[in-house]
Design a protein around this ligand. Structure first.
Ligand code: ZN
Length: 466
């Protein structure tokens, strides 16, 4: 329990509306995938100065602080325990400025991603980051986790879309680096420290985001493909033929497509079920008629070459959304048993052998048709969803099967979701001991008392003993 004197000091900073206690913290809805959220107190500062005031108080008494954004993460990075103070950025939810000429937008950390996208669209601009949780995920959370999403092959991850940001350090120092220009090599690029740091090095409060011209054409197609090697040829052919317009190249393994398009799942299959692979592709361009014709021509080449077995182009926004919905839904797999979700990356050339080996081992361990794979093939990123159930020993063995081969093939245990607490013990498969030691040096320099999202990314030393 946090003592009364401390709570009163917090109240003096954030006011009555900014401090929630006891049942009013526990009554807030939290999705199961977020993990345990069991704190007694939550602060909701409304300004950067209030965030600074809160952290200065916490630093002075070594009070652990767990930052919360939209709570859509998948690696238990927002887990909070009794004795932790949750810091939510939900009241810092304004878009402060849009510079149409310079193509930048300044947002407070608590603005949901979708509102950033919509604000940009009003000016015929686009914020390219996009992901399924766009309605709830906040821009602060996207930055703290360096979110990837569906268009990385074209626009990069969040890191590439942040021009400047403001963060509050553990001791309350406000670090304002709201740079608005694309090029700025005046010393260390400090903002990069906070992007992808999962709230462990500072609290992101505002960001200057990079916008691009809004595309005038938007084509989505679904392809059925018979072999993995053909997927690689499809990707190369489309990438070369679309002249830089290819913005997404997702692959759905056949059993994932099948389970999501057969009852009781309610998605209608745009192409017949039964192919080993499906590719969902998106092209963002400049000329609706010419761009669609070009995509059609490329697809008909691929059909004639025998590389693609079948293909369909979405003819309306509704059809496009229906195609994406198949990819974004794990409801049908979740009906089998409690899920384990993975987010690994590797060179494309290692993907086929990896998925065959890991798929076969998981089939033997948890049973057939319980492992479903889909992912951002062009980014070297695969999501595995395994209907493992709740048994912790079995879940641990599944982890080992998925993660162990990655070190050898130069892969990563986390392509876009982060480490949180879920992947702590596997960090050393993707990072060298020198890298982890440097991370600890940074953590200690910026947060010497270890109050910011403790136990996330880097385990407390005692936890390292496995
Ligand atoms: Zn993804």
């Amino acid at each position: 329990m946090l003592d009364a004197g401390f709570l009163e000091a917090l109240r003096a900073v954030v006011g009555d509306v900014g401090l929630l206690l006891g049942d009013s913290v526990r009554a807030r809805p939290v999705n199961r995938s977020v993990g345990v959220v069991d704190a007694d107190a939550l602060v909701r500062p409304a300004t950067t100065e209030e965030v600074s005031g809160v952290l200065a108080l916490c630093h002075a008494r070594s009070q652990p602080v767990v930052p919360h954004g939209g709570l859509t993460g998948l690696v238990h990075g927002a887990v909070a325990r009794a004795g932790d103070l949750i810091l939510s950025l939900e009241r810092m939810n304004s878009i402060e400025h849009v510079d149409v000429t310079g193509r930048t937008l300044r947002a407070q950390a608590g603005v949901p991603l979708q509102r950033v996208q919509e604000a940009a669209e009003q000016y015929e601009l686009m914020f390219p980051l996009d992901l399924g949780a766009r309605g709830s995920a906040t821009i602060g959370g996207n930055i703290a986790t360096n979110a990837g999403g569906t268009r990385v092959v074209r626009y990069g991850m969040t890191r590439g879309l942040v021009l400047g940001l403001e963060a509050v350090l553990a001791d309350g120092t406000v670090l304002t680096s709201l740079n608005r220009v694309l090029k700025n090599n005046a010393g260390y690029d400090l903002k990069q420290l906070f992007i992808g740091s999962e709230g462990t090095l500072g609290i992101v409060t505002r960001a200057e985001l990079r916008l691009v011209a809004k595309p005038r054409s938007h084509d989505t197609a679904l392809l059925a493909v018979q072999e993995f090697s053909a997927l690689v040829r499809v990707l190369q052919h489309l990438d070369a033929g679309l002249g830089g317009h290819l913005s997404a190249f997702k692959v759905l393994w056949g059993n994932f497509y099948d389970i999501n398009t057969a009852p009781p799942a309610n998605h209608v299959p745009p192409l017949a079920r039964g192919a080993p692979f499906y590719a969902l592709i998106e092209s963002l361009g400049t000329d609706p008629i010419a761009d669609q014709a070009r995509l059609e021509a490329l697809l008909s080449d691929l059909l004639q070459m025998g590389v693609v077995a079948d293909a369909t182009i979405a003819k309306s926004d509704q059809e496009r959304r229906a195609m994406w919905a198949i990819r974004e839904d794990v409801f049908a797999v979740g009906r089998i048993a409690a899920l384990q979700t993975f987010d690994v990356s590797m060179p494309i050339e290692a993907m086929q052998a990896y998925t065959e080996q890991v798929g076969a081992e998981l089939d033997r361990l948890v049973g057939p048709d319980r492992t479903h794979i889909f992912g951002h093939m062009a980014d070297g990123n695969l999501h595995l969803v395994v209907a493992t159930g709740e048994d912790p020993k079995l879940r641990h063995r599944v982890d080992e099967i998925v993660y162990q081969p990655l070190a050898r093939i130069g892969g990563s245990i986390s392509a876009e979701h982060g480490i949180g607490t879920e992947r702590l013990r596997y960090l050393s498969l993707s990072r060298t001991s020198a890298e982890i030691a440097t991370m600890r040096t940074l953590k200690h320099a910026l947060d010497p008392r270890g109050i910011l999202n403790p136990g996330k990314i880097l385990a407390a030393r005692a936890d390292l003993i496995r």
